[in-house]
Design a protein around this ligand. Sequence first.
Ligand code: ACO
Length: 324
Amino acid sequence: MIYSRIAGTGSHLPDKVVTNHDLEQTLDTSDQWIRERTGICERRVAADNETTSVLAEQACLKALEAAACDPSEIDLFIIGTTTPDLIFPSTACLLQKKLGLPDCGAMDVNAACSGFLYALNIADKYIRCGDAKKVLVCGAETLSKIVNWSKRETAVLFADGAGAVVLEAAGEPGILSSHIHANGDYMDLLTTNAGVSVGWEETKDNGGKPEIQMRGNEVFKVAVRTLGRIVEETLGSNNLQKSDLNWLIPHQANLRIITAMAKMLDMSMDHVVVTVDRHGNSSAASVPLALDEAVRDGRIKRGDLLMLEAFGGGFTWGSALIRY
Ligand code: ACO
């Protein structure tokens, strides 16, 4: 049997830090409200010239270095992003050139916040079926560029960043299983007001630019319910118990959602990787960013059992159970 395993991780954040106190200057909000409702204290925001591919390039280089993998060895490149540099060419194509990858397959996956888990799921399948030996998988976003900075409901939440892993073929798992789902019934709860086919709805208070629109409270309830189901599905399909898990690496949308997940899994918060306080919600980048942080600071060790999960616009949701 061929399995896939994580050979190396990497991540990258823009330098610019925007604190809750900074946002208090321009929005009818408070540090206290943001901390209590979301757990966020500060977030990273890309500069004008820092596009998604710029952030992704740095994360990918670090993952390749950690895996001791030359770019020429990569058989497939997949990036989860909902904020591509361009409509086309894909961000994956831009990165194929930037990273000096061979002319292997390169694709963007748009599943909002679940983008990295979707990309990981596809990469794992390519390796298991023998079509690829090494796959570079990335999650990267510049959500700040589609946030309406005059709307407190969304401006305090979203952020920018990138994370990546090199997956390689192995005789032992690695990825024990990964699961992806979608349900378009909920499309209106979390969406953007712009698209190529549907066109543009001119937003007066955002300079006519597209923006994220979210009915946060309703999203919150479905997210907790749905993530509860997918972690059960993931453990069940491997005949494993909650107590077998060493680490939960959740999507970093809201500390209250993360805490609810830890409770469902009977895990103490000491075994949950939390970055939302410093990173905000960086959508498809949030899970690989958190994974890389905990790998590099030595919390996650080889042999540990990890549960990764994410939920986002669509709705989409996904998980992976990984023996690191
Ligand atoms: N500062 C101060 N007050 C605010 C702010 C703010 N930034 N934002 C909203 N409020 C007010 C509201 O207007 C409302 O006021 P009212 O009671 O006078 O009407 C009150 O606070 C409560 O608003 P709620 O929306 O009910 O607040 P809630 O506790 O639900 O927190 C939040 C909002 C943080 C958005 C939460 O619902 C959440 O995290 N939802 C899930 C987000 C998520 O998981 N998204 C999925 C992934 S993202 C992706 O896919 C791109």
